[in-house]
Every structure is written in structure tokens, then in C-alpha cells.
Design a protein around this ligand. Structure first.
Ligand code: NAD
Ligand code: AKB
Length: 321
């Protein structure tokens, strides 16, 4: 069994990736770490947990040495909207953090997973069926760190032989942990507000088309990519993947199939709208399908049914406490 270290483990992805890794590899084989303290009952409870600031190389070094780590899922980062509000901090966390992880991985021969994003593309990129290999000139600090991260991971692979692998993830929809300051967060917020209040004020315009994915598909993709035959990986950092390309209006319609009176108005935030307008409307993920058999399970309809059922269950449980 490999020993796995997860940074940024208390975030939206880590809260579901850590339990999935523990189910596959055993609770004690997965070391969850974050800046934040672990609250009792948190989804990542149930195995080893430690404080780790990825901008402090000694802390990364110490965790990898102490637990004899084989694989690092490096999730710690600032997301697009938070990064735009604090570009210097975003560079430090997203770039220095990744550099520290790669340096320690080089020394200890660890495999590294790096989550890139649709944010790695920019206004000059073809916006429909965005190819795997295309123009990447993002105009956000988040995008700059994601392209640089992809390149740095490729460099460590060919220069030092570190087995780095990555995905360009679309906006992720989930119910376990709140999203952490992204542009696609509207989708999660819309579900939560639909179930709680039957109304939502959306910060992106109704026709803003972006790629999205339900978290179980994203978690499966990360684990499958890390277990894929290295010889078949032509792109490494990072593969386009997607499950659906949707607008806020289309998501609201899908939710109305379950909550007919759901009302949405649009109060556009110019900063997040500008970020969304610089991103692809839909990705071409055929390279991932060919190289490691990527295929999502959830489309818009299946995701919407599951999200609403789970959120209703959670709301009912919270009210009965
Ligand atoms: P998140 O914001 O929910 O979680 C990030 C975690 O990193 C937080 O728990 C935070 O406390 C932690 N963190 C921040 N600074 C840190 C530091 N210096 N050291 C250690 N931990 C630190 O983010 P997420 O949605 O879980 O995303 C994880 C990764 O996936 C990020 O790289 C993000 O860019 C990428 N990604 C996410 C999405 C998405 O929709 N969630 C889409 C594309 C790519
Ligand atoms: C964000 O909106 O910043 C993230 C992403 C798509 O990278 N969800």
C-alpha cells in the first residue's frame, strides 16, 4: 500500500478525496494536512491529520520524511476569485507551495498529483471544444499560476524523473464542503439556496457557459489518473476533463424539475464575470478518454437529482438535531 499525503485536505476536493483514498488504501495510509485545524466530525476525520503550510518547505519535508510518503496529492491553493483579491498571496501559495512539494518529491522520489483548471486558459484560447494543446495566455493570477504549475510539473518529470500527473478540472459541484473562493462556486450556491430558500441571486450572468463536473467523477478521475499506466500518458500536465457544459439558466431549469417554484435573479459581479468570460465554454477531453479511459458518470440531470437528494437529507438531519 502506498503512503499518501494530501495538502489542502480540508477544502472542497480534499473533503471527498481523502475519504475515497482511505476507503481504497486504508485509513492509516492517507495523511491529511491543511493550514486549518481539524474540527471533530469533519469529513477528513478518521485517519492521520496534521498541520502543514505548503509555503514552508521544512514542513513539507518533515511530513514526507516522517510518514515515508510515496504519493502527494497537492491540493493547497487559492482559487480564482480569492487569488484575484490577493495576487501576491496567490503566487506564494500556488507557486512556492508547488515548488516546495516538487523539490521534496524529487528528493524522496514521490509521485505528485497537481490539479490544474479551466482557469489555465485565457481570452486568446478557442472557447468551444478547447483542444488539449492550444493557446494558454490567461489574464488572471490564478491562471498564471496554473499554467506555470503545469510547466513546472512537466519540467520536474523530464528533468528529474518525478512522476507528476495533472488534470485541468472544470468547476466542481459538491455538497460535503463549501467551495473555497472560485468563480464556478455559483453552481454549488445555487443548489444550496434552492433547497433552503427556493430562491437565489446569481453572481454570473444567466448565459455564462462553463464546464462543470460532479465531485464523485472528479475524485474518480484523480485516482484513476494516478493509477494509470505511465507509458500511456502523452500529456501528464495536465489533461482536459469535463462532464457537462452549462449556464446558470440551464442549471436553474434542471433544479426546477425538482423544486418547481425555484426563483433565480442575476446580480452580476464584474470581477467574477470577467474571469468566467476569459475561460472556455467547453473542453475537448478526448486525450484523457484515449490515454486512460476517462469517462464521467454524472450528466446535468443525474448530478441535479443526487445533489438535491443529498442536500435535503443533510438539511433534514440538521433540523432534527
Ligand atoms: P479549497 O479552497 O476548497 O481548499 C484549499 C485548501 O487549501 C483549504 O482548506 C485551505 O485551508 C488550504 N490552504 C490554503 N493555503 C494553504 C497553505 N499555505 N498550506 C496548506 N494548505 C493551504 O480548494 P479546492 O476546491 O479543494 O481545490 C483544490 C485544488 O483544486 C486547488 O489547486 C484548485 O485550484 C484546484 N481546482 C479546484 C476546482 C474546484 O472547482 N473546486 C476546479 C479546478 C481546480
Ligand atoms: C474556480 O472557479 O476558481 C475553480 C476553478 C474552475 O478552477 N472552481
Amino acid at each position: 500500500m502506498p503512503t499518501i499525503l494530501v495538502t489542502g485536505a480540508l477544502g472542497q476536493i480534499g473533503s471527498e478525496l481523502v475519504p475515497a483514498l482511505r476507503a481504497r488504501h486504508g485509513a492509516d495510509s492517507v495523511i491529511a494536512t491543511d493550514l486549518k485545524a481539524l474540527a471533530p466530525g469533519n469529513a477528513t476525520d478518521g485517519g492521520p491529520y496534521g498541520h502543514l503550510d505548503c509555503t514552508e518547505v521544512q514542513q513539507v519535508h518533515e511530513a514526507v520524511r516522517r510518514y515515508d510518503v510515496d504519493v502527494i496529492y497537492h491540493l493547497a491553493a487559492l482559487l480564482s476569485a480569492s487569488a484575484e483579491a490577493a495576487p501576491q498571496l496567490a503566487w506564494s501559495v500556488n507557486m512556492s507551495g508547488l515548488y516546495n512539494v516538487l523539490e521534496v518529491a524529487r528528493e524522496y522520489r514521490c509521485k505528485v498529483f497537481f490539479p490544474s483548471s479551466i482557469g489555465a486558459f485565457g481570452p486568446g484560447t478557442p472557447r468551444d471544444a478547447t483542444p488539449q494543446v492550444t493557446i494558454q495566455r490567461p489574464n488572471t493570477i490564478y491562471g498564471v499560476t496554473k499554467v506555470s504549475g503545469e510547466l513546472l510539473c512537466d519540467y520536474y518529470a523530464h528533468r528529474f524523473g518525478v512522476d507528476t500527473r495533472g488534470l485541468r478540472l472544470p468547476g466542481l459541484v459538491s455538497y460535503v464542503a463549501a467551495p473555497g473562493g472560485g468563480t464556478t462556486d455559483y453552481a454549488v450556491e445555487m443548489f444550496i439556496h434552492a433547497v433552503r430558500y427556493a430562491r437565489y441571486s446569481c453572481f454570473l450572468a444567466s448565459d455564462t457557459r462553463l464546464d462543470m463536473m460532479y465531485m464523485p467523477d472528479a475524485v474518480a478521475a484523480m485516482m484513476d489518473l494516478m493509477e494509470a499506466d505511465e507509458a500511456r500518458l502523452h500529456h501528464r500536465n495536465a489533461y482536459n476533463i469535463t462532464a457537462m457544459s452549462i449556464t446558470p439558466a440551464e442549471l436553474a431549469d434542471a433544479i426546477r424539475q425538482h423544486i418547481p417554484g425555484f426563483i433565480v435573479d442575476y446580480d452580476v459581479d464584474p470581477v467574477r464575470q470577467a474571469i468566467a468570460d476569459s475561460w472556455p465554454r467547453s473542453l475537448d477531453d478526448s486525450a484523457a478518454r484515449q490515454d486512460w479511459n476517462w469517462s464521467p458518470r454524472f450528466d446535468l440531470k443525474a448530478m441535479t437529482s443526487d445533489m438535491i437528494e443529498r442536500l435535503k437529507d443533510r438539511l433534514a438531519a440538521a433540523r432534527s438535531r
